[in-house]
Design a binder for this molecule. Sequence first.
Ligand SMILES: Nc1nc2c(c(=O)[nH]1)N[C@H]1C(S)=C(S)[C@@H](COP(=O)(O)OP(=O)(O)OC[C@H]3O[C@@H](n4cnc5c(=O)[nH]c(N)nc54)[C@H](O)[C@@H]3O)O[C@H]1N2
Ligand SMILES: Nc1nc2c(c(=O)[nH]1)N[C@H]1C(S)=C(S)[C@@H](COP(=O)(O)OP(=O)(O)OC[C@H]3O[C@@H](n4cnc5c(=O)[nH]c(N)nc54)[C@H](O)[C@@H]3O)O[C@H]1N2
Ligand code: SF4
Ligand SMILES: [Mo]
Length: 703
Amino acid sequence: MPPDQQTGQPPARSVRSSVCPHDCPSTCALEVEVLDGVRIGRVGGAAANSYTAGVVCAKVARYAERIHHPGRLTRPLARSGPKGSGRFVPIGWDEALDRVAGAFTETTARHGAEAVWPYFFAGTMGLLQRDGINRLRHAMRYSRQKGTICSAVAQAGWMAGVGRFTGPDPREMAKSDLLVVWGGNPVATQVNAMAHITRARKERGARLIVVDPYRTGTAAVADTHIALRPGTDGALACAVMHAAFRDGYADRAYMAQYADEPAALEAHLRTRDPAWAASITGLPEAEIEAFARAYNTTQRSFIRLGYGFSRLRNGAANLHAVSCLPTVTGAWRHEGGGAFWDNRSIYHWDKTLIEGLDMQDLSVREMDMSRLGAVLTGDRTELGSGPPVHAMLIQNTNPAVVCPDSNRVRRGFLRDDLFVCVHEQFMTETARLADIVLPATMFMEHDDLYQAGGHSHLQIGPKLIEPPGECRSNHAVLQGLAKRLGARHPGFEMTEMEIIDATLRASGWPDAATVLERRWIDAQPDFAESHFLNGFGHADRRFHFAPDWSRIGPDHARMPRLPDHMAAIDESTHDRPFRLVAAPARQFLNTSFTETPTSRKREDRPTALVHPDDAARLGLIEGGMVRLGNAQGEVAVHVRLFDGLQPGVVIVESVWPNADFVGGVGINVLTSDDPAPPNGGAVFHDTAVWMHAMQAELPVAAE
Ligand SMILES: Nc1nc2c(c(=O)[nH]1)N[C@H]1C(S)=C(S)[C@@H](COP(=O)(O)OP(=O)(O)OC[C@H]3O[C@@H](n4cnc5c(=O)[nH]c(N)nc54)[C@H](O)[C@@H]3O)O[C@H]1N2
Ligand SMILES: Nc1nc2c(c(=O)[nH]1)N[C@H]1C(S)=C(S)[C@@H](COP(=O)(O)OP(=O)(O)OC[C@H]3O[C@@H](n4cnc5c(=O)[nH]c(N)nc54)[C@H](O)[C@@H]3O)O[C@H]1N2
Ligand code: SF4
Ligand SMILES: [Mo]
């Protein structure tokens, strides 16, 4: 809306377009009620956007609670007590940036540029504010970051078979006869998918089947919930394909044209029958047969792959196995058929300006972000022959809570010879461990450019209101540091909107003004391309049942040649008989929203969902407390009795701040930083633990 002609002020109460920046495949097109130049009111989904379709999740609908939160950081801070004490004093921006630049310069002089490690993730998914930190990294030859914490495993599994990150239009879910939500919980993690699924159920009588170790919100509303043991999806997928070949539903003509080794697959699957899969998955054989029949006899079957079943050591193999299903039945050919994971390849970005890719040198050391604890405590497999890390700038992530092996992460952050600057919206547990804390803007307070993983729209979220206090955007902080460090690149000289505009043009899209006017651009390729009728992404244009895993990652020798159960998980043992899944909580988004009162109230407290049979054996009662542990540490949580999972499986929804646990030790103390084969990735849902009842009054042993 244009400014008022006389005053130059934005008009009071207007509804403006924006984009949800959170790390969620829905990337909702938003309509924000702007009350004046500094405050917002209601936030809703854009009805005119064909994917958002007027829906947003509850936590973003009440975004005023987050953006106008009294706990927001508004001034730069310098540590005034011991590390981790949480004692800080306010300082000016110039002094803060001088101190950060000074620490980076001194570190470089003493230990070399690779001793500085800029560290970031997807607290905002805006391409500029998220990835701009790489421009500073490359200009200064600071250590590179392997971005594994979220999608590396799924990415490897999808790439292996399909060969590119595209797929059937997710809006086609509304035209499907069978929806299989596999290892995802869209009711909690991307609510818009449910709107399209619900349409198919209402208009076509479509069935919804959910494959998940526990009865999630999505499983609870499904026609069928298949509650397998975590890490056994490869076995289930093999049995479904076995039945397709056995019962005459394998589309041999389709495979002859579009797949690499159908005959080898058929022979290999002969021994992978439902009885075999039953013994691995813990599911009754009849349930596997019924699922196979439903899937194999439906042409318009749409598998929506989540990230959950890939957060395991065998996750890439399992995701690949599931992606083989529509190739065996030929479901890819049909409208409303096929499988979908992520659409990231359809945007063909040129990110040279945003990330300074023209300065990137691949010989500079790269370290795995999921192994932060190992890096900071001197693990040579990550450090290689380079120096220890002595200085960090952290943007858009809260690793003290979200990284695996969090006791080790904390030990690393407490090192006296490590300087840390955290740029944040709130005083997170990572910020508390910093030397300098800088206050960050939120998405309505800066400009950014967005793509969507779970649909096909690119959008711009413009600045709508002024930030509180002295908050600055990531771009502004990088500009300030670049100036002090002598980092040169055109990107440091441009405004946010200039970079957005230039990036759009360089990538073959309309300019920023046009995108703003049209609100979004739909980048979904046409039907033939989306459904791989012109071939899959590999050079031979075929789907690969027998992937060349050596092209996907260095740890490829362990990968199965053809889809299989890959026995590589943290299997339960006599000493650690339970399998822990730390799945996302509905009212939080990673650790974002753990600061808003409504989300906290609705989530209540860190809780273990325990099967009543296990509870009876261990003497656990509803509302009582249980300790969960392994060699890395232990945590204490309250118990809820829950029969929507197999005995031997336990769920702790996440990611609660560590401070919310009795004893201050959070769930990721138990999760491992073992990199998943073949190309790394964190294994948040792959943890064998012991459980013991505890007295509520006894404090858990903190480190
Ligand atoms: N146990 C367990 N652990 C997990 C997971 C799990 O399922 N279970 N999931 C994992 C996954 S998939 C992920 S992606 C990670 C994510 O973990 P994080 O990266 O920590 O996730 P977020 O909460 O999305 O964002 C982190 C921070 O970014 C800040 N932020 C947002 N926008 C901006 C900005 O514009 N500028 C700056 N400077 N800061 C900003 C927010 O205030 C927030 O504190 O967690 C992982 N950890
Ligand atoms: N409300 C909310 N929304 C979020 C997030 C959040 O924390 N809260 N996080 C955001 C982020 S960063 C991401 S990456 C996405 C992730 O969202 P999803 O794609 O939904 O992935 P996950 O949440 O990790 O796990 C989804 C489901 O996988 C199940 N699962 C675990 N192990 C297995 C297994 O071995 N097999 C099968 N079949 N299922 C398994 C879990 O029980 C869980 O219900 O959500 C985003 N949206
Ligand atoms: S569903 Fe996801 S993208 Fe949509 S408003 Fe909620 S967090 Fe944002
Ligand atoms: Mo994620």
